[in-house]
Design a protein around this ligand. Structure first.
Ligand SMILES: [Zn+2]
Length: 153
């Protein structure tokens, strides 16, 4: 995978930085901007059309949770056994996507002060994103306790 550009890093940072909202992503705890169908809508729709065609199928309850844009898009059309399986899958995808940043060195303030210009900016955003991604992975790995509204009312 190609390295992120500064433009990419700024875009990612913006999308990951928390805004004041009480909705947290049910998977990673980042700010939630989307409603996510735990079971994909396309799959539910196909069950409904089977049922209306006379096939006996049980339609599961539509579970909708708040989600951040990235978690929502990573697994939107896939069907999982349960919420935990889906969260594991998302964690794997996030680890792969941000592998380089996660493995990146943690620069000290002193080291940062010796840098300037685009290199400093690049490292600054890389480190900010690394911190956010590490927090999200704790939640995705089920290690972070956080109060969330699982149901999107
Ligand atoms: Zn998320």
């Amino acid at each position: 995978m190609a390295e992120f550009t500064i433009k990419d890093l700024k875009k990612i940072y913006q999308s990951l930085s928390p805004l004041p909202t009480n909705k947290r992503c049910a998977y990673c705890s980042a700010m939630a901007v989307d409603k996510e169908h735990v079971l994909p809508k396309s799959w539910l729709n196909s069950l409904i059309s089977m049922q209306s065609g006379g096939v006996e199928v049980e339609i599961p309850e539509m579970l909708i949770v708040p989600a951040c844009r990235e978690c929502n898009s990573l697994a939107s059309s896939l069907v999982f056994k349960n919420f935990i399986e889906k969260r594991k899958y998302i964690a794997k995808r996030i680890r792969t996507r941000y592998r380089r940043l996660i493995r990146g060195k943690d620069w000290t303030n002193e080291e940062m002060n010796e840098l300037s210009g685009r290199l400093k900016e690049y490292i600054y955003y890389s480190m900010q994103i690394k911190k956010l991604v590490e927090q999200r992975l704790e939640a995705l790995d089920g290690k972070l306790e956080f109060n969330i509204d699982y149901r999107y009312e």
